[in-house]
Design a protein around this ligand. Structure first.
Ligand SMILES: Nc1ncnc2c1ncn2[C@@H]1O[C@H](COP(=O)(O)OP(=O)(O)O)[C@@H](O)[C@H]1O
Ligand SMILES: [Mg+2]
Length: 265
């Protein structure tokens, strides 16, 4: 396992106040981390920190980017695009190379083939020449996943990708992500605790503080603390929960286990 990102005791926020406190988490190359927590808990802020879009007030963030290829592929929350803007699906996907530093210049035929292959994997290659305005929310979300993937990132971050998608694609998407996880680390933010816990390897609960759980088991206390019983009922057939008490004596170990391994190297 190689570390990609290490956050050590990070506190961060905006002009109007602190949003995240003493957050420590290590993201390594084979990770598949589900990030859960209430609205306004700081999940998107955590992602902005990892992306370097905002700076911590205190604490440190290390990125182990060896410069080969792109480092992070990112699907923003509620991807907004002017649907009247006449950009094609193919060009939306290719624009993922731009954010990876490829510039506005021409895309090679190899790039275009890769865009097509990704769309094909998502089952929407027939839409390549359509414009964004002609797509459904779920189709557009697939396009944005392709956009996040085209630069072959080492870490794929998806901020609530299931917002616009139908249930069937949601399951398909998680299965695809498990395939992608063989080649890259994944962080996925979701409100859907029940489904997410079934697919991810570990879970980070973010609500000002971050509790990192080195398994995909959701504890009774988390369910109560994160107000998720409705989602649990909705997805009652998914074998996702092993209810167990959250043992606070282990908090410290869990939150820092990666860091203590590497702190003194
Ligand atoms: N750009 C911003 N400026 C000021 N406050 C912000 C900004 N973005 C988010 N916040 C505030 O930070 C808190 C956490 O937001 P966010 O990280 O988006 O939470 P989540 O993604 O978990 O819903 C919220 O109270 C939100 O209002
Ligand atoms: Mg958010």
């Amino acid at each position: 396992m190689n570390e990609l990102i290490i956050l050590d005791n990070v506190t961060a926020g905006y002009d109007n106040g602190i949003v995240l406190r003493d957050v420590s988490i290590t993201v390594s190359d084979q990770d598949f981390i589900g990030v859960i927590g209430p609205n306004g808990g700081g999940k998107t802020t955590l992602i902005k920190l990892i992306l370097g879009l905002i700076k911590p007030v205190s604490g440190t963030i290390q990125r182990f980017d060896n410069q080969e290829g792109s480092f992070i592929g990112y699907l923003p929350q509620q991807s907004q695009i002017d649907r009247k803007f006449p950009i094609t699906v193919q060009d939306i996907v290719l624009s993922g190379l731009m954010s990876a530093g490829k510039g506005l210049s021409r895309y090679s035929s190899k790039d275009k083939k890769q865009a097509f292959d990704l769309l094909d994997q998502m089952g929407i290659s027939h839409l390549a020449k359509r414009t964004a305005g002609e797509l459904s929310g779920g189709q557009l979300q697939r396009v944005f996943i392709c956009r996040a993937l085209i630069s072959s990132p080492k870490l794929l971050i998806l901020d609530e990708p299931n917002t616009f998608v139908d249930n069937r694609f949601e399951h398909e998407m998680y299965e695809l992500l498990q395939q992608f996880n063989k080649k890259m680390a994944i962080m996925i933010i979701s409100h859907d605790v029940g489904t997410i816990s079934y697919f991810v390897k570990t879970i980070a609960c973010v609500n000002t503080y971050l509790h990192y759980h080195l398994s995909n088991i959701i504890t009774e206390e988390q369910l109560a603390g994160y107000n998720c019983p409705l989602q649990i009922i909705t997805h009652g057939d998914v074998p996702h929960t092993v209810l167990q008490k959250h043992d606070h004596s282990h908090d410290h170990d869990h939150d820092h286990i990666h860091l203590t391994d590497h702190k003194h190297e």
